[in-house]
Design a protein around this ligand. Sequence first.
Ligand SMILES: Cc1cc2nc3c(=O)[nH]c(=O)nc-3n(C[C@H](O)[C@H](O)[C@H](O)COP(=O)(O)OP(=O)(O)OC[C@H]3O[C@@H](n4cnc5c(N)ncnc54)[C@H](O)[C@@H]3O)c2cc1C
Length: 456
Amino acid sequence: MNQSYDVIVIGGGPGGYLAAERLAEAGRSVLLAEERALGGTCLNVGCIPTKALLNSAKTYAHARQSAQFGIEADNVRYDWGQVQAWKDDVVRRLVAGVTATERRLGVTVVAGHADLIGPGQVEVDGQRLTCHDVIVATGSVPAMAPIPGAADNPAVVDSTGLLAIGAVPARLAVIGGGVIGLEFASVFASFGTQVDVVELLPEVLPMLDHDLAHLMRRGMPDIGFHLGSTVRSIEAATVRFADATGQAGAVEADVVLMAVGRRPLLDGWGAQAAGLALARTGVVVDDRCATNLPGVWAVGDVTGRSQLAHGAYRMAEIVAAHIIDPAAARRQGQVFRAQTVPWAIYTAPEAAGVGLTQAQAEAQGRQVVAATVPLALSGRFVAENDRRTPGAVKVVADQESRQLLGVQMVGPSAPETIWGAAACLEAELSVDDVRQLVFPHPSLSEGIREAVWALN
Ligand SMILES: Cc1cc2nc3c(=O)[nH]c(=O)nc-3n(C[C@H](O)[C@H](O)[C@H](O)COP(=O)(O)OP(=O)(O)OC[C@H]3O[C@@H](n4cnc5c(N)ncnc54)[C@H](O)[C@@H]3O)c2cc1C
């Protein structure tokens, strides 16, 4: 480890490791400090291991339902030890890939704790280093709701705890009907666990309009949903709540997943002492991801502007562009546009979206037009899915300008398809522009085309 670098990056998740790669590619000397595991939350305990578990769950469900497609599979069983081994191997291979890339590009990766001292000054495991720029990418940690009986309760786990569980529980209570809660609910329901989701809001997945969120719930008939319900206490593994009418209810479980969101990691690395401007939601940044301190940038979950790995990637690239050539970055308009970052959920059924929902657009006072079409309009969807699989696409556009404002999709491959809709929003295409695009046939993406043609 040298004493001085062009750039020091604090945190080796998607935001940190991609920033380091882009800067090293441009010839900058970069030190990346990671105190736990390179790859961060995403590779080690987030996006990737959950997708490995979901893939095993979907494969199991598909094998059991294959007779209708003319495939007989007898005695279909799962081996949880192998499910876990597959997940761990996927993580190991991807972390090894990032480690090799950093090494190839000449990034100095240090396994240690970093503290921000001030502009151009960082301490790594107590050793003072200097640099031109600092990138803070410390990420986020699971939030714990202050529910009586939750703290120090061995039955209550967060997402990291549930990922590593040694056996499939008979009963699982999930507190929180957001993306993380529902992905785990989907995994364990597929493996035969009795799953109950308790959600404070009147509907799950607040990034969807209620009609599509309702469709998602209909697609998960094995999961019990308790909506508009406030958890009052947890006793052993029993979750006690008051429902929307104030009526007392309870879910008896073996394991309770606390999935009430994540909070930016703002403590323990010197942010306050260094004078960094902080809000409750995260490190305060402008649209270039610059903080209030000169030469100090922040990217990813710690900014609170995105809680998605690809949001962190985009911020990393923006910061790298502004460090490498600020004038060119300004010319190119390298700024973070949260409204064109797509989101995705990999449950069965899957869903994805980008931009505004109809409810969000109307809450902004916009006059909008919206259309929802069933995916049954797609020949591929009909050919590949049983009749109970839900699928729909909803598009929202500004009534006057006809500009596309948002797209929501429920159905298989929605996460693979949504980038096309995000590109349309990024390019500020109108409904008439999108009507001129050609979609492959038969494909699920044709649902977007059908929905756009269904708009008044
Ligand atoms: C269960 C789960 C599933 C998810 N699924 C998806 C998904 O499918 N798609 C998606 O886009 N997103 C998903 N996410 C969110 C995604 O993981 C995060 O948005 C992403 O990891 C954020 O990247 P980051 O670089 O900001 O932070 P992180 O990935 O959290 O990385 C921050 C790193 O900084 C390190 N660090 C912190 N402080 C210090 C310090 N002082 N010194 C040294 N190192 C430090 C930490 O150890 C950590 O490794 C999921 C999250 C969870 C929990």
